[in-house]
Design a binder for this molecule. Structure first.
Ligand code: SF4
Length: 265
């Protein structure tokens, strides 16, 4: 059974589910229509994963403040973590696993608020399936990409022709809505107030990663490397179907953030 079939089966068996929607969603869906469609499918609640990213940021900043000489490499990107484990095992101890990824922090939030519901993470990334199943099996997270969610929508014929009035996230967060862009963690956590510019490296795109990791090994002054495996960040994740250019994708995220800020949501 694949994850699309698994999700369909859960809905058919009336299993209580809560959706965790990744912050790159505006590239593929409009708000609040996407929340209305997810509720129509049967999700009991829909949580913006940006809310978990706030926790991630707090944990990263706390780590750096608590250990003023320690050095870290960010760990929210499941693709990058697997690359480090396979190709740079000596750097595994530097991965900041004491800070949950936004998916994991949001799943923990969901377990607290909706303890009877299974979390379903919906995002741009196939590697998140490995993070959920290999690293956090106890949280029982089902991971769907946007492509896979579209197949679930199609199976239950939940289209865009539904009334979205009154639809809204059950848990939302504002400042972290730019998280899927490269440097999102550094910018939204205020890391530049904690570390000096020369102590931080921001990188996206798997081809650029080896050089930065080699620099991290050579240069002990670097205290934090903020890495995303996909070029430009999660906006280019493989689970996104879109003809939009990287700049247009970034604009979708920025426009969504601006419209939500204007509405104080
Ligand atoms: S940058 Fe790519 S591999 Fe990393 S979490 Fe985002 S979509 Fe997944």
């Amino acid at each position: 059974m694949n994850d699309i079939e698994r999700c369909i089966s859960l809905f058919e068996n009336k299993a209580p589910l809560v959706a965790l929607l990744a912050p790159s969603f505006p590239i593929c869906y409009s708000y609040p229509l996407i929340v209305a469609r997810l509720k129509k499918l049967g999700f009991k609640a829909v949580i913006e994963v940006s809310a978990g990213a706030v926790k991630t940021n707090e944990q990263v900043v706390a780590l750096l403040k608590k250990n003023p000489t320690a050095r870290y490499i960010s760990s929210p990107c499941a693709g990058f973590v697997r690359m480090v484990r396979k190709s740079f095992p000596a750097l595994v101890p530097f991965l900041a696993f004491a800070a949950d990824s936004p998916m994991i922090a949001t799943a923990r939030m969901a377990k607290e608020q909706y303890p009877d519901c299974q979390p379903v993470f919906i995002g741009p990334c196939f590697a998140k399936k490995l993070e959920a199943s290999e690293d956090y099996p106890d949280l029982n997270i089902l991971v769907l990409t946007y492509r896979e969610l579209d197949a679930v929508f199609a199976h239950f014929t939940v289209g865009e022709d539904i009334d979205a009035s009154g639809a809204a996230f059950d848990i939302a967060a504002a400042a972290t809505r730019i998280y899927p862009m490269d440097g999102g963690l550094t910018v939204t956590s205020g890391l530049k107030d904690v570390l000096k510019e020369e102590e931080i490296r921001i990188i996206s795109g798997y081809k650029q990663i080896p050089a930065v990791l080699e620099e991290f090994q050579r240069n002990p002054k670097i205290r934090f490397v903020d890495v995303l495996f996909c070029e430009g960040g999660c906006i280019n994740g493989p689970g996104i179907i879109s003809t939009l250019s990287p700049d247009e994708r970034k604009k979708r995220i920025a426009d969504y953030r601006q419209s939500m800020d204007a509405a104080h949501l």
